[in-house]
Design a protein around this ligand. Structure first.
Ligand code: ZN
Length: 343
């Protein structure tokens, strides 16, 4: 291999053999008296090879080697904490029955999350609930399970984690997760945990962010984790390819609002902690955008024309500076409405 790299081709190498520039079998490039022409060619090719390696190294995006982000812990209620790092927000319930965790961010966040949980409670995590299948919420499942947690999720979360997936909107492939990462308890409509002196009601909301979303209501603490049915202060991603829809997102917000009073604390999938008023504002933004985009579709505009019409203009100042920029969000809403019309 080394010989071919130096000579550039098998033909060059054979020619060197023919002219006895090198000999078999004892080949030692350091001790041979190379003719000048071969030396120059070798140096040129070596320089080219080194520069090519440098180019490849420089062109590797930083995203290919994600770095973990420090976890910030906030107490939301007695025995209930919110963890913020990279990926979706995490909730941790701790008390006499042990530790119950909602969502676990990316796999590379596991060490930080485990450390943050251990600072809240010395006991191992007993249950892990996934609000949906995306890797920024369920990416540490394997490590959590191996450390003893029982994973619980909607049946469609297990289905999607156990098979190869494509997030169609971003054309992002997601290979099936290893067996240990899969939820071993699944539910269809809801499931209730009687845990740490609270009633923890896990409720499926259909076709919202995906087809396997759950919102988690800590009834006594008056806290709700919405999963990605609610992004605070940024346009939400709706994974239509995974069965999500803008109408389902609005329905999920409405359902969550029926559980809220003015004191309810809401942990959104992404963004800082919110309250009922914040969720109402988000729901109303989604409803307004859905209506405007629907009207533009009915009027016969193409997807490109709808983007040019800037249907989110009045909301962009407040919601448009997050993960999804306004034009991308409009494309996504248009796609969601068209899919719903087809079905
Ligand atoms: Zn998600």
């Amino acid at each position: 291999m080394f010989r071919l790299l130096i000579f550039g081709s098998l033909r060059d190498y054979r020619r060197a053999l023919e002219f006895e520039i090198i000999t078999r079998p004892a080949f030692n490039p350091c001790t041979i008296d190379w003719p000048q022409i071969i030396k120059e060619k070798a140096m040129r090719q070596l320089a080219f090879l080194l520069s090519a390696i440098a180019c490849v190294a420089l062109s590797i995006p930083a995203a290919s080697a994600p770095k973990s982000v420090a976890i910030q812990t906030t107490e939301v209620a007695n025995g209930l904490h919110m963890l913020v790092g990279s990926g979706g927000n995490v909730a941790v319930s701790s008390g006499p029955d042990g530790v119950l965790v909602i969502d676990d961010q990316y796999a590379y966040q596991y060490e930080g999350i485990a450390q943050a949980i251990s600072e809240i409670s010395p006991t191992k995590t007993k249950f892990l609930i996934n609000t949906h299948w995306h890797s920024d919420h369920a990416g540490s499942n394997e490590q959590m399970a191996k450390s003893g947690a029982v994973i619980v999720a909607h049946e469609n979360v297990r289905l999607r984690l156990s098979t190869d997936q494509v997030i169609e909107f971003f054309k992002a492939e997601r290979p099936a997760s290893p067996r240990a990462a899969l939820p071993i308890i699944t539910f269809t409509d809801d499931i209730t945990f009687h845990f740490n002196d609270d009633v923890v009601h896990v409720i499926h909301v259909s076709h919202a962010h995906t087809d396997g979303d759950a919102i988690v209501h800590f009834q006594n603490a008056n806290v709700i984790h919405t999963g990605d049915t609610f992004f605070r202060g940024r346009y939400p991603f709706i994974d239509s390819g995974s069965g999500g829809s803008v109408s389902g997102m609005i329905a999920a917000a409405n359902q969550t609002l029926t559980l809220c009073n003015d004191e309810t604390k809401i942990i959104p999938g992404h963004g800082p902690m919110a309250d009922k008023q914040g969720l109402i504002e988000y729901r109303d933004m989604l409803k307004a955008v859905r209506q405007t985009v629907s009207d533009l579709i009915v009027a016969g505009n193409s997807a490109a024309q709808i983007v040019l019409a800037k249907p989110t203009a009045q909301f962009d100042g407040k919601w448009g500076d997050g993960f999804l920029k306004p034009d991308t969000f409009v494309k996504m809403i248009t796609d969601s409405i068209k899919r719903a019309t087809l079905n």
